[in-house]
Design a protein around this ligand. Structure first.
Ligand SMILES: Nc1ncnc2c1ncn2[C@@H]1O[C@H](COP(=O)(O)OP(=O)(O)OP(=O)(O)O)[C@@H](O)[C@H]1O
Ligand SMILES: [Mg+2]
Length: 526
């Protein structure tokens, strides 16, 4: 390998990155220290649902890489979702201003740079920050995701599942935190004693722990994130009137200190999308690309059920045309089962200051195919906005590894002016639907002041929200593996609607898989 001349390497890269369909242009290859605009490195649109990883030390260009990819996806008519942790993606809505430095860079890699703004939607969790408020109901969040936010252990997690089950059978809607509190408070009161006993498996002590954690969550100001109106994830799939894909940025700077909440919330969005999207098989471009920044936050301290649900969702969402790109500092931040599914890799520079860094570097190198580069050297010396790339080609094989000088975005790199963001939010077509919180009659109202809470049958009042649209693969009598696995993944991630879906599938396999995932028979709500 080391015997190849630079010219031979360049021509093997040219061959390796020649695709028949459309692709996202990433940049130009650097071989032997020289940039080769004739060797363009790109990523086939049709392979974006094979997921990806953008990694690198801080300040090496990860966010700009996402930004630039999102622009091209939008131009190709593909909607994009991005978690904007630092608020530095808001520039997407404003056309960039060129500079001599930028021109020199873009000309050097053969990029025709054009100043351009993009169709952007800004969302904010519970309205905290600059964005259209997004909320989820406790019901659809489900016990597993909620357990993660509450920091519950696995025993407490299954107790919470029982609480959901109870609320469901009693027709007590769980929209917001106070609904859930009311149900647990009732179960631990004298009036609820009989019901608690009947439930079995939920001890008063554990209920007390859950209740305390709920109160803490509330005190941390998290109650606004749960409730109605609930965000419909289909909003993420829109295109602008000019045919470009809408780029939805979930603005998270104001909740940066609540990493568990936002990483779990992102998982909810994904799981919800997953449930509602139809199967599309292999298409020439994705339906949506989802960029998951600071992805390590999703995995640290995750319960087994939670990790399992992530792995399954990532694996199965591909056939629904959704591509997920995780963004972390090193591939080590992503569990092996998930990493193995990320075919498209953009690895920015890594540091090698400490023995730990050196280990991470070696591990990173080992995840790349054999190449014509000395990857250890290249990865520690790559400049800002340069990355080692390998993607999946149209035949499903990895492309040759290419050190790449990445393209620059046409919109503003970094945060836009506050006023510009506010103007986009004020003009959003989502604002009338999601702008104002509502508080319909639900468990809290039904249980309030009731000495004798409902003990038989569903309580009167607002009916349960309608079941989720079941755009799932058609039930197969042979218990089709995929369908059953979908149920399993959904059960894990959402904890909602599973019972009814399994019923509609009529699949024994679905039921047994549920047991595999949770160790017991399903006892989800709805
Ligand atoms: N492709 C590029 N073209 C031009 N400039 C770039 C490019 N990539 C990065 N830069 C420059 O480097 C700066 C830092 O990049 P970026 O914010 O993407 O780093 P990061 O890896 O996301 O850092 P962090 O881990 O701190 O979030 C950018 O603000 C920009 O000035
Ligand atoms: Mg960044």
């Amino acid at each position: 390998m080391a015997t190849k001349t630079p010219a031979e390497i360049v021509s093997s890269l040219q061959a390796g990155y020649t695709f028949s369909g459309s692709s996202v242009a990433l940049g130009a290859a650097i071989v032997d220290g020289a940039v080769h605009p004739e060797a363009q490195v790109s990523l086939p649109l049709a392979m974006m649902n094979r997921h990806g990883l953008v990694a690198g030390a801080t300040g090496t260009g990860k966010t700009v890489t996402l930004h630039m990819m999102a622009e091209q996806l939008s131009t190709a008519g593909v909607p994009v979702f991005m978690a904007d942790i630092k608020g530095d993606l808001t520039g997407l809505a404003t056309a960039g201003t060129g500079s001599d430095k930028l021109t020199a860079r873009t000309q050097g890699i053969g990029q025709q740079w054009e100043s351009k703004a993009f169709p952007v939607e800004f969302l904010a969790l519970g309205g905290a920050g600059n964005g259209v408020p997004v909320r989820a109901t406790i019901t659809s969040f489900g016990p597993i995701l909620l357990s993660r936010v509450l920091g519950l252990n696995e025993t407490q997690e299954s107790s919470l599942q029982l609480v959901f089950h109870y609320a469901d059978t009693k027709g007590l809607e769980l929209y917001d935190l106070k609904d859930l509190r009311a149900v647990i408070q009732f179960l631990t009161s004298d009036e609820g004693k009989a019901d608690l006993e009947e439930l079995g498996g939920l001890s008063k002590a554990t209920a007390g722990v859950i209740l305390r954690n709920l109160i803490t969550l509330d005190a941390q100001g998290m109650s606004d994130f749960f409730g109605m109106p609930e965000f419909d994830t289909a909003e993420l799939l829109r295109t602008a009137p000019d045919g470009r894909g809408v780029i939805t940025c979930l603005e998270l700077p104001s909740v940066q200190d609540k990493p568990l909440l936002f990483s779990t919330f992102l998982m909810w969005l994904l799981a919800d999308l997953f449930r509602d999207l139809p199967e599309v098989g292999d298409a020439d471009k994705p339906k949506l690309v989802f960029f998951f920044d600071e992805a390590h936050l999703l995995f640290t301290g995750a319960s087994k059920a939670f990790l399992n649900a992530i792995t399954q969702t990532v694996r199965l969402i591909r056939s629904k045309g959704v591509g997920i790109f995780f963004v972390t500092q090193t591939p080590k931040d992503v569990p092996g089962d998930v990493l193995a599914q990320l075919a498209n890799r953009v690895q920015h520079a890594l540091r090698a200051f400490t023995p730990d860094d050196a280990k991470a570097l070696k591990a990173t190198v080992s995840t790349f195919p054999v190449s014509d580069y000395n990857l250890e050297e290249v990865l520690t010396s790559a400049g800002i906005g340069e990355a080692v790339v390998t993607v999946m080609n149209e035949n499903g094989a990895p492309t040759p590894v290419a050190l790449t000088r990445m393209r620059a975005p046409g919109s503003v790199m970094g945060p836009a002016a506050d006023d510009a963001v506010k103007a986009v939010v004020a003009a959003s077509s989502l604002l009338p639907t999601y702008g104002t919180a509502v508080d319909p009659v639900s468990a809290y109202e039904k249980l309030q002041g009731q000495a004798a809470a409902p003990t038989t049958g569903p309580a009167v009042g607002t009916p349960l929200p309608p079941p989720p649209p079941a755009n799932l693969p058609a039930p197969k009598n042979d218990g089709g593996g995929l369908g059953a696995e979908v149920m399993g993944a959904l059960g894990g991630a959402l904890g909602g609607g599973v019972k009814s879906m399994i019923r509609s599938m009529g699949s024994q396999l679905g039921r047994s898989l549920m047991r595999d995932m949770f160790g017991t028979a399903p006892r989800r709500r709805r």
